[in-house]
Design a protein around this ligand. Structure first.
Ligand SMILES: [Zn+2]
Length: 229
């Protein structure tokens, strides 16, 4: 058996590494925050037989034709869990019900990932500017404008003119890690470099910034697959 594909999730609440198989047959490995990512590969390797047996049993009990995109999305930064349902037919390709935290997607859509990315960007435009404003006033700094993008690798940037750009994927990070990124970018308003003085400035508002940077690197590798175009 070749090594199965799996989705990695980092949890600040998990005490041990574990594997689960969702009804969609998606294999998920949960690692406690701070555990090296390579442990996930090891675990999957060790549990290959269990995975194979469980998938076979599930296929017998409830056969499915193809694996579905996600059934839920955790917007950790704002502590919201979104249910995603796929319906046979509806007028619009995607319907967002904010009150119920439900996203309904037409299941004949071939571009579910693109729809989810558009949706994430809209949610980021809704929430990130206010979060940035609050942290800026806490730090006593002024920026000129904020824009939200969905970039591949950059979490944020700050221009010489004081324009801040934030990645919509920040909504998927735990709030303390998201906060670190916002503090980092706002600190560039005072220091346009990564000098010692810059990091001292970051530390004033984010004493655990070293830990947060490590977590950010780790979490970058564990984002849901649909966020990558
Ligand atoms: Zn920087």
């Amino acid at each position: 058996m070749t090594k199965p594909c799996y989705q990695l999730r980092i949890s600040s609440r998990a005490k041990h590494a574990r594997i689960t198989i969702k009804p969609s047959r998606q294999i998920e490995v949960v690692l406690p925050l701070g555990m090296p990512v390579r442990e996930a590969d090891k675990l999957v390797q060790q549990q290959q037989n269990w995975i194979k047996r469980t998938l076979a049993r599930m296929q017998k009990q409830a056969p499915i034709m193809s694996t579905m995109p996600p059934t839920s999305i955790a917007l950790l930064a704002i502590d919201k869990q979104i249910q995603v349902t796929y319906v046979a037919s509806q007028k619009k390709p995607m319907i967002w019900n904010k009150a119920l935290a439900q996203l309904s997607i037409c299941n004949d859509q071939t571009c579910v990932s693109a729809l989810l990315r558009d949706w994430l960007k809209m949610r980021a435009k809704e929430y990130l500017p206010d979060l940035l404003k609050n942290i800026a006033s806490e730090m006593g700094v002024d920026y000129r404008a904020v824009s939200i993008r969905l970039q591949k690798s950059r979490w944020g940037s700050c221009s010489m003119l004081g324009n801040i750009s934030l990645n919509a994927k920040l909504l998927l990070l735990p709030s303390e890690v998201m906060r670190y990124v916002l503090v980092h970018e706002l600190s560039h308003l005072e220091h346009m470099n990564h000098s010692t003085v810059f990091w001292q400035y970051v530390e004033r508002f984010e004493p655990d910034y070293r830990k947060r940077r490590r977590e950010l690197r780790q979490l970058s590798l564990a984002l849901p697959s649909w966020v990558h175009s």
